[in-house]
Design a protein around this ligand. Structure first.
Ligand code: CA
Length: 431
């Protein structure tokens, strides 16, 4: 055999082997610990699927959106990739996603029906309404944004711990915050606050908890001038500007509320499941409670985030890619591995008790499950074609937060501007 022949044979063997092998690319973002688990999951899958190779492309979370768009623009999208509920409409309309409905009940070992229906619904879309119709991605995780309180601080102040299941009213919440707010070293500056909340993540709970919302039922009309909406926003801003139980802009700048919570000088603060790893070392006891409500009889609510596994409509191995997505989302062994590390909440209902029975704090992990089942909601802009109308609300909000403009005056003047942007988004969808 001459050299040429050997080379020929080698490349022939190599290419035929290459053709028979099925290679999938999975693009995501992950922290190092998560990545380690992903590599384990991949090798388990490859072992049970001879000839299958999964290539993991883990990028920085901040760059993920740009990278995925670039991959589609270059016509080389990964087979499996993260899809947030906010992207479902756009991706489906652009025909980027494989419809997973035909696959969900046909993969051995996966228990699709064990997934929280609320979680799956986040990825349903019928061409008009999010939450209805075919399934375009499978939930990777759920992010119930719970409320927490510093147990040690309340104990020291002689305040009875709030109920784990029935929410505080705004008045009760304010009352506790007032008792906790203190200038502990007598230098004229407050160093312990009742709370400190972020307007983008932690104001909507007060709006929902007062029976109001940004949009009406049809998701086509902005409703921020509703008196119940105005009342909630005013209450939320008064916490800082009027009652001084939350840091003002200057105090927030001096020390971020997150840092204040960590060092134990904030009474109430939000806690997502992704915080629990960092909260393991908090120098005080804390626990979860429902978000406050305007008055008795109203319902507590908070947002329930999620990210899902989508499969590219251009995948050369759609069936295999769908199977892998199900393996990641709805296999018990997979989900157990991911939740035992306290990196996330199980997406499978049958694992809820395993999660809530964990000996590590917080005690009231039930609150997360309650949010998933009952009080969790999607962000308002996820129902619309884009979020420009929603973010408009925050464009001139500083004056209200500082107490220089009333919520009533602001909400009434910003509503028509938001409505115009929402109408424009509606038109974009139709075109
Ligand atoms: Ca002080």
């Amino acid at each position: 055999m001459n050299k040429f022949f050997i080379t020929f044979m080698f490349s022939f063997l190599f290419s035929s082997r290459f053709l028979s092998a099925q290679e999938l690319t999975w693009m995501n973002y992950a922290n190092p610990q998560e990545r380690e688990v992903f590599y384990e999951l991949i090798s388990d899958f490859e072992e049970s699927h001879p000839g299958v190779k999964i290539k993991l492309l883990s990028v920085d979370q901040g760059q993920f959106g740009a990278k995925i768009n670039a991959a589609f623009a270059a016509n080389e999208p990964p087979d499996i990739f993260y899809v947030g509920p906010e992207n479902v409409r756009f991706y489906v309309d652009k025909k980027r996603l494989l419809n997973l409905t035909p696959y969900v009940n046909n993969v051995k070992g996966a228990d699709f029906n064990d997934l929280y229906p609320n979680a799956v619904n986040k990825y349903r879309y019928d061409g008009t309404t999010l939450g209805k119709g075919d399934i375009w991605a499978l939930p990777k995780d759920l992010g119930p944004f719970a409320f927490a309180y510093n147990k040690t601080m309340l104990q020291k102040a002689g305040i009875r711990p709030p109920s784990a299941t029935s929410p505080l009213t705004f008045d009760e919440f304010l009352d506790i915050c007032k008792k906790l707010t203190k200038d502990t070293n007598g230098d004229g500056k407050i160093d312990q606050f009742g709370t400190g909340l972020n307007r983008y993540f932690s104001m909507i709970q007060f709006i929902w908890g007062n029976g109001a919302d940004y949009l009406d039922e049809s998701k086509t009309k902005v409703t921020v001038s509703d008196p119940k909406f105005i009342e909630a926003v005013q209450f939320w801003c008064d916490l800082s500007a009027k009652h001084r139980v939350a840091p003002n802009a200057k105090e927030e700048q001096e020390k971020d509320p997150y840092v204040r919570w960590i060092e134990g000088t904030l009474g109430f603060f939000p806690a997502g499941p992704w915080d629990l790893m960092a909260f393991k070392t908090l120098p005080f006891e804390y626990d979860l409670i429902p978000w406050p409500i305007g008055k008795d009889g109203l319902k507590t609510a908070t947002w329930l985030g999620s990210v899902g596994y989508g499969v590219s409509s251009r995948s050369k191995h759609p069936e295999l890619a769908a199977e892998f997505a199900l393996y990641l989302s709805a296999y018990k062994a997979t989900m157990q591995k991911m939740t035992d590390l306290d990196m996330q909440i199980p997406t499978l209902q049958s694992l809820a008790t395993r999660y809530t029975n964990k000996p590590e704090r917080p005690d009231n992990r039930e609150e997360y499950i309650h949010i998933i089942k009952e009080s969790g909601r999607s962000w308002p802009e996820q129902y619309t074609y884009n979020g420009a109308w929603y973010f408009k609300f925050f464009s001139e909000f500083q004056g209200v937060f500082d107490g220089k403009e009333t919520a009533e005056s602001y909400c009434k003047r910003i509503e028509p501007k938001m409505q115009r942007l929402l109408d424009r988004a509606g038109k974009k969808q139709k075109s």
